[in-house]
Write a protein that binds this ligand. Structure first.
Ligand SMILES: Nc1nc2c(ncn2[C@@H]2O[C@H](COP(=O)(O)OP(=O)(O)OP(=O)(O)O)[C@@H](O)[C@H]2O)c(=O)[nH]1
Ligand SMILES: [Mg+2]
Length: 431
């Protein structure tokens, strides 16, 4: 198992602004309020797409912003609500709130969705604020801001592709040049003891997960050279890439190598031979490689062989295309086991009302600073261009006990009070 991880930022759409408007009809002298509500802002939604295998796409795009709700209009027309932003993730993606480390969603099945940032409610238009005492209010709300979050996406991956072959044929070297993985490479046998894994991306933007499995030797299927443990890894892959050292530099014949490894795979589990296999002739930069390849092709005339050099990076492009084709075309093996181990499907639709509490502190410049989620939200939803909305805002603060608290802290007329980047004067019992 290997964990792929990315950090992203999501911002849901703000709600649209509510409208202040009045009816102007021919025979109605003083029309009532007719400002419509703003539309709701769009959510950011993550959705499982079983066609995705990795979190590769998020390396290039990490910011996701959903659109705002439409503003309310006159004649009682509400703004349209915005279309949700759906972001596709591979099955098995676990979503964390990066600030708290809490799990927000555990996405397993195709089509499963989780709202990771809630769109803001549309602001109410003035028709909603009419009361017998104030039948023509000049007040409307701004839209509620959409949630924003920093998320961590985590994907536990199994390899799609396993690099199989004798020790020192260049499996790890190959993995290191086609992915960001940095496995240990050595001129001695069994350099790799536990598999390394990397995400490979082809030129046509397909991606798959590849592992450099430990080297196999004759008798591996009976346990020689830790064979069982090594072969177990092969069982979990879809496609086998069989790497052969074509230079013969270690004194073995590549034809024998090919036959021996295939026999070990078959002896271990016949199902391994059902797996598509891509044959790679490596170390083609070495002097005897060309001649050995000729002989190899004569021995296996029907076999497709990809001649490459991991050292000089030759021949890799077509090889990767071929592997990607096979990964796309091959169904999963041994998925039953995998599903048992993954967490139970669970989607958490979190909603928390903003906390009513607030804090007041005194800044260096003697200004009173008010903080608190509910107050700050109220602040952003208030249109300070309108006298009536400002009064309403002040009234709500008083109801919440802000004025009293300010007074306790010694605030007097004319003192400056700040909420976010907005400053105003404290005036006792002004409203
Ligand atoms: N000349 C040449 N040497 C290579 C090439 N690919 C790998 N090597 C060398 O072969 C040796 C073994 O490479 P590794 O990538 O560690 O081989 P491995 O198959 O992962 O070996 P194990 O992990 O021990 O099974 C190293 O010294 C590499 O530098 C190649 O294309 N040409
Ligand atoms: Mg290795």
């Amino acid at each position: 198992m290997f964990v792929d991880q990315v950090n992203i930022y999501v911002k849901a759409g703000d709600g649209g602004r509510g409208q202040v408007a009045f009816r102007r009809e021919k025979y109605v002298p003083d029309g009532g309020p007719a400002g419509g509500d703003g539309g709701h802002g769009a959510h950011v939604v993550l959705e499982v797409d079983e066609g995705l295998r990795t979190l590769m796409d998020f390396r290039y795009k990490r910011h996701f912003k959903a659109v705002q709700g439409e503003n309310g209009m006159s004649k009682g027309m509400h703004g349209r609500k915005a279309e949700h932003l759906v972001v596709k993730v591979p099955p098995g993606t676990v979503v964390y709130d990066d600030d708290t480390d809490a799990v927000i969603a555990d996405l397993v099945h195709h089509g499963q969705q989780a709202i990771v940032a809630k769109g803001g409610r549309g602001g109410r238009g003035n028709s909603r604020f009419a009361t017998p005492a104030n039948p023509a209010p000049e007040h409307a709300e701004n839209g509620e801001p959409g949630e924003e979050k920093y998320l961590k996406l985590e994907l536990k991956m199994l390899a799609d592709v396993g690099l199989v072959g004798f020790p020192s044929v260049g499996k790890s070297t190959m993995l290191s040049i086609v992915s960001a993985a940095r496995p240990k490479i050595g001129a001695y046998h069994f350099t790799t003891i536990t598999p390394n894994i990397g995400v490979v991306e082809t030129e046509d933007s397909r991606s798959f997960v590849m592992a450099d499995l430990p080297g196999l030797i004759e008798g591996a299927s009976e346990g020689v050279g830790l064979g069982h443990q090594f072969l177990r890894h092969v069982e979990r892959t879809k496609v086998i890439v069989h790497v052969i050292d074509m230079s013969g530099m270690e004194g073995r014949d590549p034809i024998d190598d090919y036959n021996i490894i295939n026999k070990e795979l078959a002896d271990y589990n016949l199902r391994l031979t059902e797996r598509p296999q891509v044959v790679v002739a490596n170390k083609m930069d070495m002097p005897d490689a060309e001649a050995n390849l000729e002989a190899f092709k004569e021995a296996f005339p029907d076999l497709e062989v990809f001649a490459i050099s991991a050292a000089t990076r030759q021949g890799l492009r077509d090889l990767l295309f071929r592997i990607a084709d096979l990964v796309d075309a091959t169904p999963e093996f041994g998925l039953e086991e995998l599903e048992e181990k993954t967490a139970t499907p669970r989607v958490v639709y979190g909603y928390e009302a903003p906390e009513a509490g607030f804090t007041i502190s005194k800044d260096e410049d003697d200004c009173f600073v008010i903080k608190g989620p509910r107050i700050e939200k109220l602040f952003t939803m208030t249109n300070f261009m309108r006298e009536e909305s400002i009064k309403r805002f002040a009234r709500t603060l008083r109801q919440m006990g802000v004025d009293e608290e300010l007074r306790k802290m010694g605030a007097i007329d004319g003192d400056v009070v700040r909420i976010r980047d907005f400053e105003f004067e404290f005036i006792e019992s002004s409203f």
